[in-house]
Design a protein around this ligand. Structure first.
Ligand code: ADE
Length: 232
């Protein structure tokens, strides 16, 4: 998979790109490339944002700046871009990132991520260049970079070769294998610690029973989560 990240802070992604699952993938041809759109601004003094028409606090990323950065990277009018690849703007009001969206994105060969700053994007960037607007939660971050990193991490760990054991990404929280429920609890040695025993069934060696205990735990966790959300 090849991911291009349009950001004013490319250095944030240096650390992320060096993490084991990402280096595993990069060794087999995957890439994360950052484009600093300040380097492509047609405006003087590296300007990328401006005051909102109609007034209000904060600054807004300019559409002409994103136009020229996307054009420089792909060599086509960015209006055409989303016909051939997902161009994802990260913003708090977008479609919530969940396991099924992560699966959907993990099937793409190439992704473009646009990281907003300040008050966000001029709406014409969303209307004319983006194929998707994605949010990692209903709270406001100071920019799209952390959201882009979360998205990359969640998507890339699903790709073959990222994790040591392929099964790690199959049966985990919110996956189809667990009917969309949170994952069951895990235990390791010691089998007893400070009088806290590991559930008997896990030591029984009885695979069918272990399997059904895990499913049950996973469903119970889902119920608890639902109750917690409903109680809010
Ligand atoms: N940019 C700022 N806040 C965000 C959020 N919650 N999700 C995605 N992008 C964002």
């Amino acid at each position: 998979m090849k991911i291009d990240i349009f950001t004013l802070f490319p250095e944030w992604f240096g650390w992320f790109s060096e993490q084991r699952h990402i280096t595993n993938l990069r060794a087999s041809g995957s890439r994360i490339d950052c484009v600093n759109f300040r380097e492509h601004t047609p405006l003087s003094a590296g300007q990328v944002d401006d005051m909102p028409f109609g007034g209000g606090a904060g600054m807004v990323l300019r559409v002409d700046v994103l136009d020229s950065a996307l054009r420089a990277r792909y060599g086509i009018d960015p209006v055409e871009l989303r016909a051939g690849r997902r161009v994802i703007a990260l913003a708090p009001g977008g479609r919530l990132l969940d396991d099924s969206l992560v699966d959907e994105l993990a099937r793409e060969e190439e992704l473009t991520l646009l990281c907003g700053r300040y008050e966000g994007f001029d709406e014409r960037i969303i209307e004319h260049f983006a194929s998707d607007v994605v949010s990692i939660g209903r709270y406001v971050l100071s920019g799209g970079e952390l959201a882009a990193m979360v998205l990359c991490d969640a998507v890339m760990r699903k790709l073959p070769g990222a994790l040591g054991d392929e099964r790690s990404a199959e049966e985990e929280s919110f996956s189809a294998a667990l009917e969309g429920n949170p994952e069951y609890p895990h235990y390791t040695r010691p089998a007893e610690y400070r009088g806290w025993p590991v559930p008997e069934v896990l030591l029984s060696g009885h695979h069918a029973k272990i399997e059904s205990w895990r499913r049950e735990q996973s469903r119970e966790r889902a119920e608890r989560l639902n109750q917690e959300s409903a109680g809010r």
